[in-house]
Design a binder for this molecule. Structure first.
Ligand SMILES: NC(=O)c1ccc[n+]([C@@H]2O[C@H](COP(=O)([O-])OP(=O)(O)OC[C@H]3O[C@@H](n4cnc5c(N)ncnc54)[C@H](O)[C@@H]3O)[C@@H](O)[C@H]2O)c1
Length: 344
């Protein structure tokens, strides 16, 4: 067991095992957000920075994230940005770690699958090691992908999943499963305070425009005047959670007492054809779609059971797809430099 022998030898109180906030009586929490330049991470950073109660450090390698997403905080005295790849160790004194670093879209996580596995395994190991060392609370953003192509519907946290261990998505699905295992083993073996969120499809402003995820695909295609490409059969379902709801759930989980895993997502279920119809109705009325081939191991159904989040965190999503889609479309329109197609 680690001991602060020098402080014990000179008779002072040992501080090595105390969390940082107990040592330097700062009114502010120091929070590390890995992957904080990404889509969800940057919205989380906004919430953590607003109000001035926290000091936030972002560690990101900018693989899928951008400085633009967090530009408003660069230069702020409570904010720090580190270009860092989490597959390498990092030592920073913090009270909490939100560990988001990992590409979330299939296009990017399949681009270099070995790196994706490394990010999930070595990256999570490094951040848990840091949490252990500085006595920080650690939150992992796991995923509904741990349920694979689920045989139970909707998915509760007790369901162990139906995952292909050797498929093209496995670097992400199995990577997140081992990340969860590591978190729970660090908790059981080393007493690290962990929180595990299983995030279901989330959407909103700042998503990568060409990341291949279905909501960004449909909105970008419709805005560009292209046909939306609906993968066959089109009856496969997803649930879509607006990003502000997701950030609220993550903060509640971090601040609460339950380790999880806890499903965070919107239980409202839509088929891909229904989603295309909503984009047509709410974003570009002249839009149309065509059917295309599906990708391997694409789950047919995905819908969270959020009873646990409701009971333990008092959380449920508030923003409907009808409210969220236009907000995301407005952001895409601006970034694509397009005029308002809806007005035309
Ligand atoms: N968006 C969703 O629908 C969704 C669903 C389930 C789980 N999640 C999880 O939430 C987290 C954030 O997802 P997102 O949608 O914001 O994705 P994102 O790709 O926008 O953000 C990921 C961030 O991590 C960074 N990153 C990737 N590899 C890294 C590495 N090795 N070292 C340091 N930084 C690295 C990227 O540059 C990016 O800024 C991910 O862990 C993802 O698995 C997201």
């Amino acid at each position: 067991m680690e001991q602060n022998t020098s402080s014990q030898e000179n008779g002072s109180t040992s501080v090595a095992r105390l969390p940082l906030s107990k040592i330097i009586k700062s009114p502010r929490k120091r929070i590390l957000v890995t992957g904080g330049a990404g889509f969800i991470g940057s919205h989380l950073v906004d919430r953590l920075m607003e109000g001035g109660h926290n000091e936030v450090i972002v560690a990101d390698n900018f693989f899928t994230g951008t400085k633009d997403n967090i530009r408003r905080w660069i230069g702020h005295p409570n904010f720090e940005l580190i270009r860092h790849d989490v597959t390498n160790p990092l030592l920073v004194e913090v009270d909490q770690i939100y560990h988001l670093a990992c590409p979330a879209s299939p296009i990017f996580y399949k681009y270099n699958p070995v790196k994706t596995t490394k990010t999930n395994v070595l990256g999570t190991l490094n951040m848990l090691g840091l949490a252990k060392r500085v006595r920080a609370r650690f939150l992992l953003t796991s995923t509904s992908e741990v349920y694979g192509d689920p045989l139970e519907h909707p998915q509760t946290e007790e369901y162990w999943g139906n995952v292909n261990p050797i498929g093209v998505r496995s670097c992400y699905d199995e990577g997140k499963r081992i990340a969860e295992t590591l978190a729970f083993d660090y908790h059981r073996q080393h007493g690290v305070e962990i929180r595990v969120a299983r995030i279901f499809n989330t959407y909103g402003p700042r998503m990568n425009i060409d990341d291949g995820r279905v909501v960004s695909n449909f909105i970008a295609q419709a805005l560009r005047g292209e046909e939306m490409t609906v993968q066959v059969p089109g009856t496969q379902t997803r649930s879509f959670c607006y990003v502000s709801d997701m950030v609220d759930g993550l903060i509640r989980l971090m601040e609460g007492n339950d380790t999880g895993p806890i499903n965070l997502g919107n239980p409202g279920e839509f088929t891909m054809l229904e989603l295309a119809a909503r984009v047509k109705e709410l974003v570009v009325p002249s839009a149309s779609w065509r059917m295309v081939d599906n990708t391997p191991d694409d789950p047919r159904k995905r819908k969270p059971d959020i009873s646990k989040a409701k009971a333990i965190l008092g959380w449920e999503p508030k923003v409907t797809l009808r409210e969220g889609l236009p907000l995301m479309a407005a952001d895409f329109q601006e970034r694509l430099g397009l005029t308002d197609k809806k007005q035309q």
